[in-house]
Design a protein around this ligand. Structure first.
Ligand code: PCD
Length: 793
């Protein structure tokens, strides 16, 4: 890497944002296998923790005997729920103001739930000793089907909650029911469709884990852990454990993928902390793949009925939906607290409508808790799937081309900022231009011709369209908080005397490349080359407070904070420069990296000269303190609304019903593009996620609540064999309220791609008269659809 030729970017230090393909600063360590993940940590005297998990989904805990495990020569500690209860630690709050058991005290509520833990000298002994724990359970019937969970005959799962007599979790609605009903009543065409967004799992490459290290002398807890939100986690631990925040240090090193899975606090982290408190030793807990898939937060699990109303010539008037949401045994939904259904309210999509209404009922079932925003800004994936499938159903009903139908109904560029019928203020977009760019790359007309020819020959080729609008970058803090913590982000920038700099961000990279892109943002604003800017994240002792990385909020919130903190430093640099050049501040021009006297570019000082003066000998202008640094906390005024047009081409084998994704064109508009290469990588990853969900991924359960997706042999995720060479493009419509016009992009492709793939498969099945089939479109489901059975039993 040292010897590689300089990239186009590096020769272009004057334009750090958007130009060229700057390589990622973090990659020299990643591609050499030198990442620093939690499981790489070896602390002196470190012990290992393993968790005993419930083998069934619903059962009363009768008794638990740990004596044999305790007698194991290498075991140091065995802890049960009853022991935690004595310390008031048996239950913890979830991100949605529910409670979740750290260890079972009364009843098992999902298969894989944490029942007890063992701490031993090594990982193998800890695991071995789990088998020595003798638990007696009284097995209860399990609630598995969300559709029958509210039946009076269903056993009540959450009898720990006072007065709870059913499995109802919450109700939620948005939009105007009466206005929507009025539009539907008069509409010429109404199409309705049932659809299921199955339970899927983020399945990051690195599972969750922690090393808790409590120093009993100075009362300091250091928690090395897999977290997407170090500061929020620290405050929650402080509240739960009663330790003051300054005695807790969260250190998230490198993270092998988060995808929303590392937003919640899991019982394993709490167990590791308890174990370190009790033993006085560092304690490591790292879950295995099955533990990750069966017990950490799932995503989706929405059963939806959608309705769309339109005129005969294809003007969409309204959409309406009724959702049954499966929240599992504890409501562990990760979303701003005032948004129990996340940002599902954007289900009106990219269209200019007269009315919209959504109603949701959430229920408890005997399944793992969660509802995390897996590559989705809080339920937008479900919303986009719903509306993009409905629009295709309508196109089918009207016998209209799905692209033409979309273009006819897009929100127009001059309508932005556009307030939707559910109250979201879309900031900017040029949807038709984005759609047409995708059509150009795909040669849409050519594809339709090819399809017509193939249909003559009995070949099943499908073309699927999806157009999405996301809402990413949560805050502002007045509307959005996580358990009372307002969604705004701190950022701090220090320029050292020699003109090198360090920027400390509150967000947390899990592979996205923040060490590179945040350096680019600062470089663009103060002209210090990106190579000279160090980005620090993930250590609460080293970084300012902020809410963390999920819902693609780093660029919209922390990225804005970075640009503004750099401008603050530049403002101070300008005053120092005016002293150095002996002119007034107003007589200076900024020229990427230096100030010069207006009209005389030869009289100039570089940012590096200024940094040295700020720290060096000699006078500074009246009232200016030494040093060159600044700190801010950025509270976004609105979300950013990235959007995109996706076109998917599939071939379905008429003999085996196997779907092959042959082409995929993705045109994304995320406003100003900081690092085009990184964006491309983000989109590639998200598209693979989307193909996986559309065709293969599902966490399924049998009627007793046994999880059938507990390994990567059963829970299929796509490999290079299942995905095509992605074809990507871009349009750029800056966000008007973001300081550099950037919108988030990290989740766009996961949000936009599943409907494109499903729409393509349904399009391929046109000769069979199929209007819908539920994900994942495995060969057996596609085959069933071809036989006229679109829904699995
Ligand atoms: N960018 C640029 N430009 C623009 C935008 C953006 O350049 N305009 C870039 C940045 O800088 C970064 C990336 O791109 O680097 C991304 O970003 P964003 O969108 O802002 O996002 P963030 O915040 O950073 O991140 C987050 C995301 C999410 S959310 C998810 S899921 C996923 C994604 O991210 N995850 C992940 N991606 C990724 N990648 C990786 N590698 N890994 C991971 O894990 Mo959630 O809610 O959590 O569910």
């Amino acid at each position: 890497l040292q010897d590689r030729p300089r990239t186009e970017f590096e020769d272009n230090d004057q334009h750090p944002v958007g130009h060229g393909r700057m390589l990622r600063k973090e990659d020299p360590r990643f591609i050499r296998g030198k990442g620093r993940y939690v499981d790489d940590l070896q602390l002196p005297g470190m012990l290992h923790l393993a968790i005993l998990r419930a083998p069934m989904a619903h059962a009363r805990l009768v008794s638990i005997d740990t004596s044999a495990a305790q007698a194991h020569p290498k075991v140091k500690l065995v802890v049960t729920g009853a022991m935690l209860a004595e310390k008031g630690l048996a239950w913890m709050p979830t991100l949605s103001n529910d409670v979740q058991a750290v260890l079972v005290t009364d009843k098992v509520r999902f298969q894989g739930q944490e029942v007890a833990f063992v701490v031993a000298e090594d990982r193998y002994s800890a695991r071995d000793a789990l088998e020595l724990i003798d638990v007696e359970y009284d097995v209860l019937p399990a609630v598995v089907d969300v559709r029958t969970a509210l039946d009076p005959s269903s056993p009540v799962i959450r009898d720990d909650l006072d007065g709870k007599t059913d499995n109802h979790c919450f109700d939620w609605e948005t939009g105007d029911a009466a206005a929507t009903e009025a539009v539907f009543a008069k509409a010429e065409v109404v199409v309705s469709q049932d659809m299921v967004y199955p339970r899927v799992h983020p399945a990051p490459m690195e599972t969750c884990g922690a090393v808790a290290d409590y120093d009993s002398i100075d009362g300091q807890l250091t928690l090395y852990c897999t977290t997407q939100a170090p500061h929020a986690h620290r405050t929650l631990y402080a509240i739960v454990a009663g330790l003051p925040e300054h005695k807790i240090r969260i250190r998230a090193g490198d993270i092998g993928g988060g995808f929303g899975n590392k937003v919640p606090i899991y019982p394993g982290y709490v167990c590791a902390i308890v174990a370190s408190l009790l033993t006085g030793k560092p304690v490591k807990w790292v879950e295995d793949r099955s533990e990750n898939l069966t017990s950490t937060s799932f995503a989706r699990d929405y059963v939806m009925r959608g309705e769309i109303a339109a005129t005969k010539d294809g003007k969409i008037l309204a959409v309406r939906t009724n959702v049954l949401a499966d929240h599992g045994a504890f409501n562990g939904q990760a979303a701003p607290v005032k948004y129990p259904a996340g940002f599902f309210g954007v289900f009106t999509g990219s269209y200019d409508l007269q009315a919209a209404y959504a109603k949701q009922t959430a229920v408890y079932t005997n399944k793992a808790p969660g509802g995390v925003a897996y590559a989705c800004s809080f339920r937008i994936t479900e919303a986009v799937y719903l509306v993009e499938r409905l629009v295709d159903c309508l196109a089918d009903e009207l016998k209209m081309d799905p692209v033409a139908l979309r273009i006819k109904n897009f929100i127009q560029p001059d309508q932005f900022p556009y307030t939707t019928k559910t109250g979201w203020i879309y900031d900017s977009g040029n949807y038709e231009a984005t759609m047409r760019e995708a059509m150009r790359i795909a040669d849409y007309d050519g594809l339709r011709r090819e399809q017509a020819e193939k249909r003559e020959r009995g070949e099943l080729m499908g073309i699927g369209i999806s157009f999405f609008t996301e809402a990413v970058g949560a805050g502002p803090r007045k509307d959005m908080d996580i358990l009372g913590l307002g969604m705004a982000d701190g950022c701090e920038l220090r320029v050292h005397p020699t003109g090198k700099a360090v920027v400390r961000v509150s967000c947390m990279s899990q592979g996205q490349g923040h060490e590179t892109t945040f350096a680019q943002i600062i470089a663009e604003e103060i002209g210090i080359p990106p190579a000279d800017i160090q980005v620090v994240n993930g250590d609460t002792d080293q970084t300012p407070f902020g809410l963390g990385t999920y819902g693609s909020r780093s660029t919209p919130v922390s990225g804005a904070a970075a640009a503004l903190v750099a401008r603050k430093v530049r403002d101070k640099a300008r005053i120092i420069a005016s002293g150095m050049l002996e002119v007034s501040v107003a007589d200076l021009d900024w020229d990427k990296g230096s100030f010069h006297v207006k009209g005389d570019p030869t009289k100039s000082v570089t940012i590096q000269d200024i940094a040295m003066r700020a720290h060096g000998a000699g006078d500074l202008p009246e009232g200016v303190e030494g040093g060159l640094e600044a700190q801010i906390c950025y509270n976004p005024e609105n979300l950013t609304y990235p959007n995109g047009a996706y076109i998917c081409v599939v071939d379905v084998d008429p003999g085996t019903a196997v779907v092959k994704v042959r082409r995929f064109v993705a045109v994304d508009d995320c406003g100003t593009r900081i690092n085009p290469m990184i964006i491309e990588g983000q989109v590639h990853g998200g598209l693979a996620d989307g193909v996986g969900m559309a065709l293969m991924e599902m966490i399924a359960f049998d009627e007793d609540g046994n999880c059938l997706g507990g390994s990567l042999m059963d829970y299929l995720i796509p490999t290079a064999l299942e995905v095509p060479d992605w074809e990507t493009g871009a349009t750029v419509t800056p966000s008007p309220h973001h300081p550099i016009g950037a919108k988030g992009v990290g989740e766009s492709a996961t949000v936009g791609s599943p409907p494109a793939v499903v729409n393509a498969v349904i399009d391929a099945l046109t000769p069979f008269g199929v209007r819908h089939a539920d994900m994942p479109l495995t060969p057996s489901r596609v085959w069933d659809a071809m036989q006229g059975h679109p829904h699995p039993p």
